[in-house]
Design a protein around this ligand. Structure first.
Ligand code: GTR
Length: 454
């Protein structure tokens, strides 16, 4: 059992200076502990020096660490899972550049990227099939406008036709009333995994999970679809969703796509629709957002579809932003037995043997580089491993760097309820539990304003 690798109480300002760029994928967990111990020592010397000179030591807010009371409570309620930093097993991450190693320069990245993508497809999310079907769109009656004149809405069906069979899924798209083809706006596509969106209900009660009012006010167009309309969120829903439809009822292969990938595919079909049919939206400024299982899908959506300029994952945890090798909170064994339909079947091979998995989730962030990856955690959502979610971004930094877009590299986490933005990457940890709130959206939209020059 190892001690916490991150000296939480060390003021961040000083730790940052000493540990910056200690993030390359070839630095093992053990080496990092050594470097961080050195950082702590340097800090102690600095503090001593400051005390001698009788200069006031500048106080920075402490970086986040889990509330011991929450750790205790969760450890009691789920004793089979680890919530203690001190019990995170020693681990060594796969090289962030994948099996081909670090290239001499950015020109070598596409080949590395392709190899990593293939590993994720084969071992984690599955391969999407070749789509031998026709895809078209049907507009239904326009929906009511909960923004009261600030936006124009559409209700659309994506229609997939194969021979004489069809599969349809609906989505909503709202464009700010001021957007024109000459002044197109970013489009933020939300993968909704909770209560289906109902604009009628939003007339009465604003929707905090998908706050259309905030998105429109920020100057962006907004689209939303429900996960289960594309592929049911049930282990026995295969034949009712797009996967079963395209496979013509054939059982799925061990490395075929899971529901997370199908949901990401749905987001890409909305992107297609907007690019072709909604000139008020800007194809260069597309974002995809998801919470929890939707957050896992949003990351993979951006890995599969390079048109997404930003991928936001909120509390995405295991199989999302969190490093699997930390085995903190939810594990591969748990997720593949509770939600076997989310991933490719092959992922079950790594239940209890994470070190054998040829990739880890920092490489999922790397697949998004040099585009934007935004990770959000919640302080009490230890099941999703906030530190593991943050570290994925940090360990992807060498790829962002290679591609000329330096990203978050600071090993210590930011304090709760603050936002850290570095180049194309962003992170925050909100106080409270597992949820997507207006507070999270506020930070997402601030980040979008920066990236999309709003
Ligand atoms: C949990 C699951 C998580 C997360 C969450 C959600 O039960 O263990 O991986 O995805 O559901 O989607 O809300």
């Amino acid at each position: 059992m190892l001690t916490d690798p991150f000296p939480e109480r060390v003021p961040e300002r000083i730790t940052e200076r000493v540990t910056e760029r200690v993030t390359a994928s070839f630095v093992s967990h053990r080496q990092r502990r050594y470097l961080l111990a050195a950082a702590a020592f340097t800090f102690a010397v600095a503090v001593q020096g400051a005390a001698r000179a009788e200069e006031p030591v500048q106080k920075s807010p402490p970086s986040w660490s889990a509330d011991p009371a929450v750790v205790e409570k969760l450890s009691r309620s789920r004793p089979d899972f680890n919530y203690r930093e001190s019990e995170v097993p020693d681990y060594e991450l796969p090289d962030v550049f994948g099996p081909l190693g670090k290239p001499a320069n950015a020109a070598g990245w596409p080949e590395r990227r392709a190899a990593i993508l293939e590993l994720f497809r084969s071992h984690v999310y599955g391969h999407r099939p070749t789509i031998d079907a026709e895809i078209s769109y049907e507009r239904a009656e326009p929906p009511v406008d909960p923004t009261r004149g600030q936006a124009r809405g559409q209700r659309v069906f994506c229609v997939v036709t194969k021979g004489d069979r069809t599969f349809k899924f609906p989505f909503y798209l709202y464009v700010p009333a001021t957007a024109t083809a000459d002044k197109p706006v970013p489009l933020i596509i939300f993968i909704n995994n909770r209560t289906p969106t109902d604009p009628e209900a939003m007339l009465e009660t604003p929707n905090d999970f998908w706050p259309l009012d905030m998105i429109i006010e920020a100057g962006c167009a907004a689209a939303v679809f429900h996960t289960s309309d594309v592929d049911p969120d049930r282990a026995d829903g295969y034949l009712e969703g797009i996967r079963g439809f395209l496979a013509e009822g054939q059982p799925r292969a061990r490395d075929a796509w899971g529901a997370l990938s199908a949901w990401g595919w749905g987001a890409s079909r909305i992107a297609d629709y907007a690019i072709e049919n909604v000139p008020q939206t800007d194809p260069q400024r597309l974002a995809v957002v998801g919470h929890s299982r939707g957050g896992k899908a949003a990351l993979w959506a951006a890995a599969e579809d390079p048109r997404f300029a930003i991928s936001y994952s909120n509390n995405s945890g295991c199989g999302g932003a969190a490093l699997s090798r930390r085995r903190f909170g939810e594990t591969i064994a748990r997720i593949t037995s509770s939600f076997p339909h989310w991933f490719c079947e092959h992922l079950t091979t790594y239940a209890g043997s994470e070190p054998a998995l040829p990739v880890d989730q920092h490489q999922l962030m790397a697949l998004i580089a040099p585009r934007s990856a935004y990770v959000a955690s919640a302080a009490e959502d230890l099941w999703a491993d906030p530190r593991g979610e943050y570290l994925s971004l940090v360990h992807a930094a060498p790829v962002f760097e290679l591609l000329g877009k330096p990203s978050i590299q600071t090993a210590t986490m930011p304090p709760v309820d603050t936002q850290r933005v570095e180049g194309p990457t962003g992170y925050h940890i909100r106080s409270g539990g597992h949820n997507l709130t207006r507070d999270d959206w506020g930070r997402f939209l601030r980040f979008a304003a920066g990236r999309f020059s709003l």
